[in-house]
Design a protein around this ligand. Sequence first.
Ligand SMILES: Cc1cc2nc3c(=O)[nH]c(=O)nc-3n(C[C@H](O)[C@H](O)[C@H](O)COP(=O)(O)OP(=O)(O)OC[C@H]3O[C@@H](n4cnc5c(N)ncnc54)[C@H](O)[C@@H]3O)c2cc1C
Length: 518
Amino acid sequence: MHADVLVIGTGIAGLSYAVRLGQLEPKATIIMISKRDLLESNTKYAQGGIAVVSNFINDSYENHVNDTMLAGENSSDREVVDFVVREGPARVQELIDWGAQFDRKGVDLHLGKEGGHSAKRIVHHKDQSGLHIQHSLIAKARSLANIVFLENHSLVDLITDHHLEKDKQKRCYGAYVISKKDEEIIKITAQITVLSTGGAGQVYAHTTNPQAATGDGLGAAYRARVHVENLHFVQFHPTALFPKINNNTFLISEALRGAGAILRNNKGIAFMSLYDKRLDLAPRDIVSRAIHAEMLKNNVAHVYLDATMLPLEILHQEFPTIYESCLSVGIDVTKDFIPVLPAAHYICGGIDVDHQGQSNLSGLYAIGECSHTGLHGANRLASNSLLEALVFAARAAKSSAKQLENRSLSASFFNAIPEWRGTEAISNERTTHISSLRFKLQSIMSQHVGIIKSVSSLQLAEKELHEVFIATKALYQQNKLTPQLTTLRNLVSVAYLMIKQSQKYPENRGVYYNKDYA
Ligand SMILES: Cc1cc2nc3c(=O)[nH]c(=O)nc-3n(C[C@H](O)[C@H](O)[C@H](O)COP(=O)(O)OP(=O)(O)OC[C@H]3O[C@@H](n4cnc5c(N)ncnc54)[C@H](O)[C@@H]3O)c2cc1C
């Protein structure tokens, strides 16, 4: 298969990129692939909304820039922060023009408040912002004739000069992709390849991310010698619901604390005043560490979130999904405290890109959660990630349209790129073995590379991960490739990078906390 552009990932980043490019370059052919169905993504689960300045009486760009710099502990790139914040309103308006509807108070947008924000500025659609955005973007993308979708197809490897048996990695030419249904590996060539594969929360046992968030783009980029940075900055969300729902960890949005809910320990005592003067709306790293400390102190598996003071009307209007989801596991939010614990939520680092989303490998862009743009620094400010995805997708689309003016590679060049050369093995791997290795990796990362790390815990993690690496390598060499096996290989690469980058990081900053440095 061939297209001008191959977009790998159909969350907010990939879809908004494709729609923008489709409008800028109606003749450009675009193939979009997604690991599962088009909808399944981190975007789908975003509750709070998009942080954007829209009320210039009580808020300003400067305030949003300062809040972002403060959350990132001054290690964000100020120039990036500045343009992301200033371009935000136009990107949100574009989403509205494409069919998204956000909650309103009269004619104005209704704005929510989240931790670390000095003003109300979260544009949202009830507590299902991501799902709604995702539906709107899919409908818009489907209306464009030049976009072709391949669902249930998973990235195996990027096609680079390595596959042409050249020594130097200079360019990306598309990707090898495996179909879930028949496990066939196909070659998709393209002038431009875009990674928009989202997060990697599944590296941990407790995560708010869905099953498909396994850092596949990061793993493939790392194998192609693309720079992947700042993976030691993993943000844990303080309040995930303690009992899992259908084996998935459900998020209790920060917006609930924004509306007045407070954290209590197992004795019913509100404890945040012991840890930060901003109380329950302190930045996520501080709240997560406070919860972790309370859990250790009292030897319990969770703390509580008390939302019983919120009027039923607010719960129904603004938090219907949280209300219903809690009810589904027997928790009536109007009467019961909600059991919560921190869970891996967002990877602040990723594939290093410039201001247009271009990586260090020519022809390869990275946008959205899989990228590292410099916006988040050592800690992401709540609801800045959907914003980042929109702004960088638009910039990358504009840059791609310019690049496509000169389609530099010929059809005969692409035809000469070899098909996938895997092992000759025809036997299938032992699926249970893959699952148990995935489980082992998750427990290594949760135990030793979690909210609080130490020099010895990182050493232990490295040693134990090596065993998983050896076992995965053996499976990879001896068996026919399957989507599960490629996923495991990526999880191992991401975990390895997280450990190595954690070991190299010399201080406590933002979400990175090593008790030996305290
Ligand atoms: C529960 C939850 C709540 C959140 N709430 C908010 C919020 O309120 N505000 C905010 O700003 N951010 C929030 N976030 C973060 C935000 O949702 C994500 O950072 C953002 O949606 C990422 O968008 P994306 O397009 O980069 O990736 P995603 O939306 O994750 O999309 C990734 C895409 O890549 C595809 N993919 C992955 N691997 C492969 C592969 N191997 N082959 C092919 N395709 C692949 C997937 O199928 C999917 O289509 C939340 C995240 C979670 C999990």
